[in-house]
Design a protein around this ligand. Structure first.
Ligand SMILES: [Cu+2]
Length: 125
């Protein structure tokens, strides 16, 4: 990952395969590697913006992946299908793809998806 793109931008796997994604951030800002059905990813973006507003992240640092709001509500960014990686570091996701379909790879750090930090992950049968 770098500003603001994924390489490769397209990934193909097979249903039934377990994939180890070792994701390296070669940029100078925080980036996320996540994959989900496009509508799920779209719903996640406003949550991520809220986490930024509440100081869980800065543009280049993870402050905390979980946070309790004053009202007791919990915000959490520890989903198994996403990893947020600081500049110069790497992260890992191990995932077993069970069914075929088209998923979206996205960085949901505010502004990055909009700047084109998006890709596709095709799960073939
Ligand atoms: Cu990014």
């Amino acid at each position: 990952m770098t500003e603001n793109s994924f390489k490769p931008k397209s990934i193909q796997v097979r249903a039934g395969e377990t994939i180890v994604f070792d994701v390296v951030n070669k940029g100078s800002l925080l980036h996320e590697f996540s994959f989900a059905p496009p509508e799920v990813a779209a719903a996640h973006r406003p949550e991520m913006a809220m986490m930024f507003e509440h100081g869980m992240f800065t543009p280049d640092k993870i402050i905390s992946l979980t946070m309790t709001m004053p009202g007791g509500q919990k915000m959490d960014h520890t989903q198994p299908n996403s990893v947020i990686v600081e500049p110069g570091k790497s992260g890992r996701i191990v995932w077993k793809f069970t069914k075929s379909g088209a998923l979206e790879i996205a960085c949901n750090i505010p502004g990055h998806f909009e700047a084109g930090m998006v890709g596709d992950l095709k799960v073939n049968r």
